[in-house]
Design a protein around this ligand. Structure first.
Ligand code: GLV
Ligand code: GLV
Length: 302
């Protein structure tokens, strides 16, 4: 039986940087979360023993991939197992934002509900709409699959190249500009990379319909938040729903949080009990496989 000594940060709170740098010294494997920045400093602190990094996330923008590659360290991550949970959350956030659920709940609690009124708390519906998905990957496709039965008329997507699996949702591959001009809902499902960093900026929001709803469940840094704030307050777009922000957590006095047409969630895309359990096991199995030199259940191709 394979045995290893485990040094555990036994808390739900992120490990403090100094503890991480100390704890990783001499380790052969490292299990980390997306809240841990694994860069040259951490890799140097670990030293030449380090053979494998296993992150409990599908995103890997918190890992300095170039540095990791240089040191020939293998990386495990958790794609697929969180696709359904994240897609569900994306649909929930989209509906909550478009139909103004948080505002409605607040009105009920604060006594703002005076009577049924024809135009009070009206929002936007999916039926007959055009939905644009930026990045039709595993999660983007799962979102599209779930949205179609709401009566979505057209499903547009953009990205690096057309995807054969788009056929399943009658997805039309279009340039980003057309997607932005034509969509009633714009859903960001792409990974954060140098290519997508700050993609959603002033020019991006200006191209969107003034009645359109913007949803991001990927990474906060895909969005220029100042430009988003401007778009939301100037009426360039109708509303935004974000499960990811810069920074995380978003300070409670952040201007976006004062806007009624902005719904912010605390990065809970994959947060179901069962998904988090499966992610934890997969992360551990990736780590063990990396340590014993076997094929990992989910290895990131570097
Ligand atoms: C969540 O954001 C993840 O990358 O798993
Ligand atoms: C990752 O972002 C995915 O779509 O699974």
């Amino acid at each position: 039986m394979f045995r290893c000594t485990v040094s555990l940060w036994d808390s739900d709170e992120p490990v403090p940087r100094a503890e991480l740098l100390k704890g990783v010294e001499g380790a052969h494997g490292l299990l980390c979360l997306l809240s841990d920045r694994i860069d040259a400093e951490v890799l140097d602190a670990a030293g030449p023993n380090l053979k494998v990094i296993s992150t409990m996330s599908v995103g890997f923008d918190h890992l300095a991939i170039d540095e990791i590659k240089k040191r020939e360290i293998r990386v495990g991550y958790t794609p697929d197992v969180l696709t359904d949970a994240t897609a569900e959350l994306t649909v929930a956030l989209l509906l909550a934002t478009a139909r103004r659920l948080p505002e409605g709940i607040q009105e009920v609690k604060s006594g703002g509900w005076s009577s049924w009124k024809p135009l009070w708390l009206c929002g936007y519906g999916l039926s007959g709409s055009t939905v644009g998905v930026i990045g039709l990957g595993r999660i983007g496709l799962a979102v599209a699959r779930r949205l179609k039965p709401f009566g979505v008329k057209r499903l547009l997507y953009s990205g690096r190249q057309p995807k054969p699996q788009a056929q399943e949702v009658d997805g039309e591959y279009v340039p980003l500009d057309s997607l932005l001009c034509e969509s009633d809902f714009v859903v960001v499902s792409c990974a954060l990379s140098p290519e997508t960093q700050g993609l959603c900026d002033k020019a991006f929001f200006t191209k969107m319909k003034t009645t359109a709803v913007f949803i991001n469940t990927s990474r906060g840094a895909v969005v220029n938040q100042e430009d988003l704030y401007e778009a939301l307050t100037a009426g360039q777009i109708a509303a935004a729903g974000l499960d990811v922000t810069t920074p995380e957590p978003l300070p409670t006095d952040h201007p976006l949080l004062a806007l009624k047409n902005c719904v912010v969630l605390p990065h809970i895309g994959s947060a179901t009990y069962s998904t988090r359990g499966i992610m934890a096991k997969l992360t551990a199995n990736n780590l063990l496989a990396g340590l014993t030199g076997e094929a990992m259940p989910s290895e990131l191709k570097l």
